[in-house]
Design a protein around this ligand. Structure first.
Ligand SMILES: [Zn+2]
Ligand SMILES: [Zn+2]
Length: 220
């Protein structure tokens, strides 16, 4: 079994509920921001003035008594109502979509867990010495624009080369930047490493040089 780094993707339901609530909350905050900043155009002032004029006439009051602050208040009230309706529509939508969205997320994550568990490492030879490369661990490779994939981390049995490959054998473009662990004391590439996880979830490698015995900790 090749060790899986990260995951599992599928969490308990409350995780997705909280996630959904957070997203909804942010959406409502955005609506509030937008409606708070709504400016009032001359056209809107004119329309408000007209409405007030109608009310004044109906009440037998003089049209010329309408003050600017009354017109402005009416515009602000209209904006307030617009925001209120917008907020209520959004809240209704959020309530209706909740179950669908949570189900989608949970299914997606379940599929991801299956994908990583089932993925088998391709055969890879070291591009430096031609010897066999050993798959050390695998993790999910998530790219919003592409389907989910699994990536394997390889190390040459002679420890001269490290690279990432996808499960279909495709070379991962960033793998050239993966430098082999080199002993900082004697510069030997014959370094053994053990993976360890700190309390905060950070993953570390403890490197032990097979030549000189130097031990180092590397964060990944
Ligand atoms: Zn090699
Ligand atoms: Zn060394």
């Amino acid at each position: 079994m090749i060790e899986i780094i990260g995951g599992p993707e599928l969490r308990n339901r409350s995780y997705y509920e909280n996630l959904y609530n957070d997203i909804c909350q942010k959406e409502l905050e955005r609506i509030k921001q937008v409606t708070d900043q709504l400016s009032i155009s001359d056209e809107e002032l004119k329309v408000a003035r007209k409405s007030l004029s109608k009310i004044y006439t109906e009440q037998g009051k003089k049209d010329t008594d309408i003050t600017y602050s009354e017109v402005l208040n009416l515009c602000q009230f209209t904006n307030f109502l617009t925001g209120l309706v917008w907020k209520q529509c959004t809240q209704k939508e959020q309530k209706e979509n909740k179950e669908i969205r949570i189900k989608e997320w949970m299914e997606r994550d379940k599929k991801r867990d299956m994908l990583i568990q089932k993925a088998r490492p391709p055969k890879v030879n070291c591009s430096t010495c031609g010897e066999r490369s050993i798959p050390k661990f695998k993790h999910l490779h998530l790219d919003l624009k592409k389907p989910d994939r699994v990536i394997f981390f390889y190390e040459c049995i002679n420890k001269c080369y490290r690279a990432f490959y996808f499960d279909n054998g495709e070379f991962y473009k960033d793998s050239k930047s993966v430098k082999p662990f080199k002993c900082s004391k004697c510069n030997s590439f014959k370094v053994d490493e053990k993976k360890t996880k700190a309390h905060d979830g950070t993953i570390y490698f403890i490197k032990e040089c097979l030549e000189c015995g130097e031990i180092e900790t590397v964060k990944i």
